[in-house]
Design a binder for this molecule. Sequence first.
Ligand code: 5MY
Ligand code: ADP
Length: 283
Amino acid sequence: MLKVPEHQVAGHQALDGHLGPLIDDSGRFYKPLQSDERGSKEMSFYTSFSSNTRIPEHIRRFFPVFHGTQLVEASDGSGRKPHLVLEDITSGHSKPCVMDIKIGSRTWYPQASEDYIQRCFKKDRETSSLSLGFRVSGLQVYGNKESEVWKPERKVVKRVTGDKVSVYGGSTGILAQLLELKAWFEDQTTYHFNSCSVLMLYEKKLLGPKEGGSTAAEVKLVDFAHVTEGNGVIDHNFLGGLCSLIKFISEILTNPDEHSPRTCLQDSDKNDFPTENGAAESN
Ligand SMILES: O=P(O)(O)O[C@@H]1[C@@H](OP(=O)(O)O)[C@H](OP(=O)(O)O)[C@H](O)[C@H](OP(=O)(O)O)[C@H]1OP(=O)(O)O
Ligand SMILES: Nc1ncnc2c1ncn2[C@@H]1O[C@H](COP(=O)(O)OP(=O)(O)O)[C@@H](O)[C@H]1O
């Protein structure tokens, strides 16, 4: 029996009769193939990437495992539709803290439709993409009390700017993984990852007498609906955004006091989680 993913933080969602991804109990994530060229682009990417023998194994682990496509009952009630069958990155977690960060100062690309380019121009300008080279697309953070979770609405997430971003779960784990990805992006010229996201995830553990804190963090790349061929050219847009994100996280780690939770919320959001402890997680 497929169900709506509880821990999805961005993108199209399978709620209220809309078309969106589903999960099963065996750790698979079913992403519906969008009917326009986005669906075929994402499938082409996964097919190409999974059979590309030049991708080093230590880089492959940053991508969800691809299990082909399958016809399954779509979440919008429109009948059986083709879905990409992917590894569910949140599987095995009960309190995953997740952040989706869309990389690149621009999400448009020359081959896209005029309409898409115009929409991207607007979103890139109105968010931190243009200024920072990345933007937060969605997040959820568990706190220290049993049911405490901070999952701000999309409109709150979109307002986040450079001085208000706070990174939950910095540390060597995340940083080391981002640096490993960066080294590959400095070299690879096969794909251009337009409008693609870095997903950061760690399991929140409740603070108790013997335990506390959180487990090792994971970095994954998601959303390949706009990947184009690299044609021997470095993906400067993604690489630039990634470098900027790395610098941003490094600065938080070196000056954590300047990035207290109070700086990440606007006055109107202060009734929301996080608490000080929740934001001080280190991964
Ligand atoms: O529909 P919207 O306005 O929520 O836009 C979607 C975006 O949400 P956002 O506005 O950035 O919060 C959404 O962004 P996220 O993945 O949520 O970061 C996608 O960009 C999506 O387009 P595509 O599937 O990548 O082509 C976007 O979908 P399309 O409008 O292009 O179908
Ligand atoms: N393989 C996956 N496993 C678990 N969650 C995923 C996976 N891929 C995507 N997600 C969740 O779904 C969200 C949207 O994914 P994305 O591929 O960007 O969809 P869209 O194309 O609708 O924007 C991500 O922010 C993440 O929360």
